[in-house]
Design a protein around this ligand. Structure first.
Ligand SMILES: [Zn+2]
Length: 322
């Protein structure tokens, strides 16, 4: 009788713990979303509800102060389910640089998904540092190097004063390094946007020399990773983490590189609203679509989806300390 009485709560407890563990293991963290962008203004709460129903929590990644602040606001409204990353995107580095631009012309990737009205912002490490200290901020970025659009950027530089593409590169490096140092100082992850010029590894090579593990032992995440096998080996050796997005569901070009990445260095992302997975290609992406990417990567890694997702969950929590 006494034994039975005692055993009931303990088995109930065991069941509860078991159920919680199963629940816990099924969560996916969308490590790189832009759920705070205005493209979701009309139905954001529905998009978030669909994500949570699908067992997806998310990081809202900023691209300058305004979008970083919006990410923090959203994280505070959804403290168990959304966290923020604050940063300044490399494609914005010419904004406000009247010292080196031709007149008022500048090039940056103003995108109506990202900002309904153009809100040019000059890089300001002071403002960014204040935001970065917020406890809802789990990473710094996206920040990094984008050499893909250099020839476009170069066109808006004052001739003879700027030194063309080299000048844009050095500006990007300066702005990136300040954010990497901020991440290191705060001991938060670094969310890196790194895009080389077509057919080269130039931006990845610069990343490797700029952010060595010895100087930056924080988790360093290369977002939307699409590098080839040779550079993948180098980035793996240098301790980087990789987020893989929807492109891996419809292009087979990256399978070889993905096989080279240890499974415990892989994170998943949507980069929503961009690059929806194969079954929804061309549509506005959202965090609830992430499972298709997870299943594809698990297949490439020759793992069961559940085992792979358990590992990704553990890695995500470790990297973002959540
Ligand atoms: Zn992004």
């Amino acid at each position: 009788m006494i034994k039975g009485f005692l055993s009931r709560p303990s088995s109930a407890l065991r069941l509860a713990v078991g159920a919680k563990l199963i629940f816990f293991m099924k969560y996916i963290i969308d490590s790189h979303s832009h759920i705070q962008f205005p493209v979701y203004d009309s139905d954001r709460s529905d998009v978030i509800a669909r994500a949570l129903e699908s067992g997806v929590k998310m990081i809202a990644v900023g691209t300058q102060i305004s979008t970083s602040e919006a990410g923090i606001r959203l994280a505070k409204e959804n403290p168990e389910n959304i966290w923020a990353s604050v940063g300044y995107h490399p494609s914005h580095v010419l904004v406000g640089r009247s010292d080196i631009l031709v007149g008022t012309a500048y090039v940056w990737h103003h995108d109506r998904n990202e900002q309904s009205e153009a809100e040019p912002e000059k890089f300001d490490i002071g403002k960014l540092s204040k935001l970065a200290a917020d406890p809802m901020v789990v990473a710094i970025g996206e920040c990094g190097l984008d050499y893909f659009r250099l020839s476009e950027s170069e066109k808006s530089l004052a001739p003879g004063r700027a030194g063309g593409q080299a000048k844009v590169k050095s500006l990007q490096k300066e702005v990136f390094l300040q954010q990497a140092e901020l991440a290191q100082k705060l001991n938060k992850a670094l969310m890196i946007h790194c895009r080389p010029a077509k057919g080269t590894d130039d931006a990845y090579e610069d990343l490797l020399s700029m952010i060595p593990d010895e100087k930056f032992p924080i988790p360093k995440i290369v977002h939307f990773y699409v590098g080839g096998p040779e550079i993948t080996r180098k980035l793996v050796d240098a301790g980087f983490y990789f987020t893989l997005g929807g492109v891996v569901t419809f292009a087979r070009d990256y399978d070889g590189s993905i096989r080279l990445i240890p499974a415990d260095r892989i994170l998943l992302e949507t980069d929503c609203p961009y690059v929806a997975p194969k079954s929804r290609r061309g549509k506005r992406n959202e965090p609830s679509f992430i499972r298709e990417t997870a299943e594809t990567v698990a297949r490439i890694k020759d793992m069961g989806t559940d085992d792979f997702l358990k590992l990704v969950y553990v890695t995500s929590r470790k990297v973002f300390r959540i």
